[in-house]
Design a protein. Structure first.
Length: 159
């Protein structure tokens, strides 16, 4: 079970990052009840199946399996239109590891932070670069962002 908070990013964070990786991912299914994703992260690949989200958007079933990169590239040929291209920065902050995704291509300028927690009531400090929480807002799910339309628009977004 994955329990994850998602936020917009509104301030500088790269100077705090301890790692950065490049991610390309496609979706074989974007059905909200059973998403199937193939991801290449630098020189490793993973096939992921996710179940439907809880009502608050914080948790969902997740299954992952490592696959050879050449097989991942073959699977990507079966994918639905739209590829996510992003860099992921790892930023530790007060005992938690934040994943900051900086999107490219049609999503250029969109930066999202994710924090995976062991249980829904886990307390955590919010770093100064974090903006509005968008957990549960389907517009910010990667499976939705892959559509070739513009990124979500919010009056109070910090992009």
């Amino acid at each position: 079970m994955e329990i994850e908070h998602k936020f917009l990013v509104c301030g500088p964070y790269k100077h705090l990052a301890t790692a950065c990786t490049h991610i390309t991912q496609c979706y074989i299914s974007d059905d909200p009840q059973r998403t199937v994703r193939i991801r290449i992260r630098d020189d490793k690949a993973v096939l992921t199946i996710k179940g439907g989200s809880s009502a608050d958007g914080l948790s969902r079933y997740e299954w992952e399996k490592s696959v050879p990169v050449d097989e991942a590239r073959e699977l990507m040929r079966l994918a639905l239109p739209g590829t996510i291209d992003k860099h992921r920065y790892i930023v530790p902050y007060q005992g938690h590891e934040w994943e900051i995704d900086e999107f490219h291509g049609d999503l250029e300028g969109l930066i999202l932070a994710e924090l995976e927690v062991p249980c829904a009531d886990t307390k955590f400090a919010v770093p100064p670069f974090i903006g509005k929480e968008v957990s549960g807002d389907r517009r910010y799910y990667n499976s939705q962002l892959r559509h070739p339309s513009a990124p979500p628009e919010d009056d109070d977004s910090c992009r």
